[in-house]
Ligand binder design. Structure first.
Ligand code: ADP
Ligand code: ZN
Length: 216
């Protein structure tokens, strides 16, 4: 079992990069945000607990997150390679992941930190559009779909996430600073953190990550 993490503020491009990297690396993309949105849509118990936190741009409580991640990892085989996106987001979650990896005789091998200015993050989030059907991520200027409002890969309808509205975005960036940024030091201290400039074209970031993964 192996695990790598894409770390970075909302809008840094974690989901987009994960989509590009997974196809060429064999890593399984695990996005807690996508899992939670699916749970909200299906109105499961987890979804009902998570909904109000997500809409306000606050973090969903650790015990909920830890539950869904454990469940997801229990489905994977011994040789699974996980690429986490949007998880862990607190020190508590990071410690839990370390414990799960240790139980499996492994560890988190790499953490890719996607760094970007606040201006860039806000513009990326406010232009972001998501496919209702497959979750593919677009941007009205940077990654436009071929046909406006329609997903290139599955033909699904594109929508704007409720928490991508201007007020909620600023709160999410605050929450990142207060609760998630501490993970940078946590992983740097383990010497597994790699900083990447998230303002570069996504193909450049993808290539850099694939190169690093192919060496380890
Ligand atoms: P982004 O990285 O752009 O904020 P995500 O899809 O990763 O988007 O997350 C959307 C929302 O889902 C978060 O604002 C938060 O409410 C919730 N969420 C996702 N992952 C976690 C997590 N690991 N811990 C707590 N809350 C989470
Ligand atoms: Zn789609």
């Amino acid at each position: 079992m192996d695990a790598i993490i894409l770390l970075g503020a909302p809008g840094a491009g974690k989901g987009t990069i994960a989509d590009l990297v997974k196809e060429k690396s064999g890593y399984l993309h695990v996005s807690t945000g996508d899992m939670l949105r699916a749970a909200v849509k299906a109105q499961t118990a987890v979804g009902l607990k998570a909904k109000s936190f997500m809409e306000a741009g606050e973090l969903v409580p650790d015990e909920v997150i830890i539950g869904i991640v454990r469940e997801r990892m229990a489905q994977g085989g011994q040789d699974e390679k996980y690429m986490f996106d949007g998880f862990p987001r607190t020190l508590e979650q990071a410690r839990l992941l370390d414990a799960v990896m240790e139980e499996a005789g492994s560890r988190v091998s790499r953490v890719f930190l996607l760094e970007a200015s606040k201006e860039l993050l806000v513009s990326r989030i406010s232009g972001r559009r998501i496919c209702r059907n497959c979750g593919a991520v677009y941007h009205v200027q940077n990654i436009p779909p071929k046909v406006e409002g329609v997903c290139d890969s599955c033909g699904g309808e594109l929508y704007q996430r409720k928490d991508d509205s201007e007020e909620t975005v600023l709160n999410r960036l605050e929450v990142y600073k207060k609760q998630t940024a501490a993970l940078i030091d946590y992983y740097d201290a383990k010497s597994i953190l790699l900083r990447l400039d998230a303002s570069q074209p996504k193909e450049v970031t993808q290539a850099r990550i694939l190169e690093v993964l192919s060496r380890s």
